[in-house]
Design a protein around this ligand. Sequence first.
Ligand code: AMP
Length: 122
Amino acid sequence: MAYDPNNIFARILRGEIPCKKIAEDEHTLAFHDINPMAPVHALVIPKGAYISFDDFSDNASEAEIAALIRMVGKVARDLGCAEAGYRILSNIGQNGHQEVPHLHIHVFGGASLGRMINKVTA
Ligand code: AMP
């Protein structure tokens, strides 16, 4: 599957669509989710054209990978989630119900989030 340069996060990165920015560095952008599922719901994305975590973990540079991980931690700390705890999540592909085909890490916090996910059977 080829990267779709017209996906919504690519358009945010190009400045064609606004976002509620939290932080940015050379390799990453963090912003608030438009439809928050928790009191804190941020998204952290690489600036590079990576479809998913699978694509990113296989093809991104060490610097891009380090920047994304650092930014996830920074965003959680800056939004006041580190002490009480939070959850990070990335949906990948069809089974993961990924809607936007540009890698994004969800950061949820600000309240107790319940256990991981509902139990699923094949
Ligand atoms: P996923 O199912 O992991 O692909 O989730 C995509 C996420 O992107 C959802 O939580 C959406 O609410 C969020 N989203 C979609 N469009 C925007 C946007 N323009 N700005 C911020 N978040 C968005």
